[in-house]
Design a protein around this ligand. Structure first.
Ligand code: GLN
Length: 283
């Protein structure tokens, strides 16, 4: 089957399955099987380059899974975040585009620290998306991260080895991690689980395939954010920065938690969709 026709077929199949980004997903899936980028795929479509029967079968098998709402990133094993290509799959949270902007807040704060080797920590790092962005984009910083999940940590390790072997990954509970760095941290960031435990996320890709540990945090979703605020006061040095991602209706509640704990200059930040997405504060 010509590539163009195959892509039209997959796009229709994905649209029928309720996938919003049907055409993009079709292109990314085919490009992945053909081991090329989307730009190269466009060239192959124009030049009418044939694909093998084997490739077509693989594409159709993966497309059937995607139509069942298995995340595209689990099928390709890859997720893109800022400049990084990260290894992901079942067991690890797929990094989201809105978190790229949250990471920017920490990158800016880290770059503004007038030290030869400022220290940053990413709590509940998952795939390592935020920590590895800090480590690669502020290469002189010393970056630490912690992840609890046995199911996620294999992906985290692989991503650290690939992108920042000098960054330090630990496995454990963020509420007790990094005692050794008390009062030394310049920038502390986290994209913790923050969905209220009885809410069901809209997309099946999220509620059926993202790990529950990465999604939910108590009745109002803020349990871990409360812990991070307290823990952060112990870790961050005076004048250091805290950045926390949250769900859009939680901005005020998160600001109140931080202010009550004694953080200064507590500020709300929006994402590209103009939804409140993060709060930053100064110790
Ligand atoms: N942002 C997630 C979602 O889209 C929620 C959990 C998180 O990012 N920490 O479902």
């Amino acid at each position: 089957m010509p590539l163009k026709q195959l892509l039209t077929q997959l796009t229709a199949q994905f649209e029928a399955a309720g996938i919003e980004s049907a055409q993009a997903d079709a292109e990314l899936l085919v490009a992945d099987v053909l081991n090329c980028g989307r730009g190269e795929l466009a060239v192959k479509i124009i030049t009418g380059e044939p694909i093998s029967e084997q490739q077509q079968t693989t594409i159709e098998e993966l497309a059937a899974k995607r139509a069942e709402r298995v995340p595209l990133q689990h099928l390709t094993g890859k997720a893109y975040f800022r400049n990084l290509e990260l290894s992901v799959g079942p067991g690890v949270f797929v990094p989201r585009p809105e978190t790229e902007q949250v990471a920017q807040l920490a990158i800016d704060a880290l770059k503004s620290v007038a030290l030869a080797e400022p220290i940053a920590i990413d709590l509940a790092t998952g795939s390592g998306a935020i920590a590895l962005s800090l480590a690669t984009e502020v290469s002189y910083a010393k970056v630490y991260a912690v992840e609890l999940s046995d199911d996620a940590i294999g992906y985290t390790r692989k991503n650290f080895e690939r992108w920042a072997p000098d960054a330090e990954l630990r496995q454990g509970d963020l509420s007790v991690a990094f005692d050794d760095l008390a009062g030394q941290v310049d920038v502390l960031i986290s994209n913790p689980p923050y969905i209220p435990e009885d809410m069901v996320p809209i997309y099946p890709e999220v509620h059926l395939h993202d790990p529950k540990l990465a999604l939910y945090s108590g009745k109002d979703g803020l349990d871990l954010i409360r812990v991070i605020s307290k823990r952060g006061l112990m870790l961050v040095k005076p004048g250091g920065t805290l950045v926390i991602e949250h769900a859009d209706p939680q901005s005020q509640a998160v600001r109140e938690i931080l202010e009550a704990d004694g953080w200064r200059q507590v500020r709300a930040h929006r994402d590209f969709n103009l939804r409140d997405r993060a709060v930053s504060a100064i110790r």
